[in-house]
Design a protein around this ligand. Structure first.
Ligand code: GLU
Length: 306
């Protein structure tokens, strides 16, 4: 793998000044907007990195594909699909300005908050604490290194105290019978999940398992069923970058998931996992310099799957 990461990083550094740190989770406002790091890990195990690669950050929405994987492992595809949809818009083909009058589970997408909160309720465990610990264990298995995956309790407490919009969404799910459990317990699991933290290398390692048909880099023994990796990658392609997924598909062209902590995990099927960190976000909540860096990498290494 030959690529001039340092030069690309330097070219993208100015973009760190154009984004904003999110303020709706107060702990995230403490981040350093100048950080920019990248790690590439190929399916045959080559790792290259540059910039602020060792800085830990909360993965936030990047936990959503891992939540989905845990739900698939616990319930299988049919049960998961009966509970949440897989459509990017959930709108009919002739919708002009569609306003939901009812909440239909097939309109929920596991890569956006309401769908992900619903997915928390699909994880098995005798308590929500146990469910979260099973999710954490899966995250560590995917990253292949326990110590690289931590939980940022400060971020967890901050979101738990301020996350009223997610609270409202979860109560709506309960109102419509999509979740049956205690709303605060489900939310506690979701907030803890979003506060899982890692660095660029950890993200690249998780992305690499998704890229490598469920196997660790350099291995051909799946640690998760390859069909689940394919299922998750398909959803990441259509909605992993929120309502910026179309733009991202055009500019970068690989399955990816961003989080408001500034991380992006990209999956280049059969080639590599990529972990990026740069906490200043664009208007859609995606890392601004990080997306630009992925665009340059995609061009240089011909990564687009399209
Ligand atoms: N914990 C964040 C929230 O629920 C995750 C959002 C994100 O990373 O996009 O608002």
């Amino acid at each position: 793998m030959s690529v001039h990461l340092e030069e690309m990083l330097a070219a993208c550094k100015p973009y760190t000044q154009q984004g904003q740190l999110p303020s709706y989770i107060p702990a995230l406002k403490k981040g350093d907007p100048k950080h920019l790091g990248v790690c590439l890990l190929s399916c045959d195990g080559q790792l290259i990195q540059a910039g602020d690669c060792g800085v830990q950050f909360s993965i936030q929405s990047i936990v959503k594909p891992i939540l989905l994987l845990q739900a698939l492992l616990d319930n299988g595809v049919d049960a998961v699909r009966a509970h949440v949809g897989v459509e990017a818009t959930g709108k009919p083909f002739d919708a002009i300005n569609y306003t939901d009058q009812v909440l239909d589970s097939q309109h929920l997408n596991p890569m956006v908050n309401m769908g992900a909160i619903a997915v928390c309720s699909l994880i098995r465990g005798s308590s929500y604490q146990e469910r979260f610990h099973r999710l954490l264990a899966l995250t560590r298995l995917l990253a292949g290194e326990d110590a690289r995956i931590q939980v940022n309790e400060d971020v967890y407490r901050s979101e738990k105290a301020s996350g009223n919009k997610n609270r409202a969404l979860a109560y709506l799910l309960k109102t419509y019978g999509i979740i049956q459990d205690d709303v605060e317990e489900v939310l506690d699991c979701y907030f803890h999940a979003c506060a899982i933290s890692t660095d660029c290398v950890g993200l690249a390692r998780i992305g690499c398992v998704l890229a490598n048909k469920g196997c660790q880099p350099g291995s051909q023994d799946p640690i998760i069923p390859p069909e689940y990796a394919r299922f998750v990658n398909a959803i990441l392609t259509t909605c992993g970058m929120y309502d910026g997924s179309g733009d991202f598909a055009v500019r970068v062209g690989v399955p990816a998931k961003s989080g408001v902590g500034g991380g992006i995990m990209a999956v280049v099927p059969s080639r590599m996992g990529i972990g990026i960190f740069s906490p200043a976000l664009d208007a859609k909540g995606n890392s601004l310099a990080g997306t630009r860096l992925l665009e340059l990498l995609s061009r240089e290494l011909n990564l687009s799957i399209f």
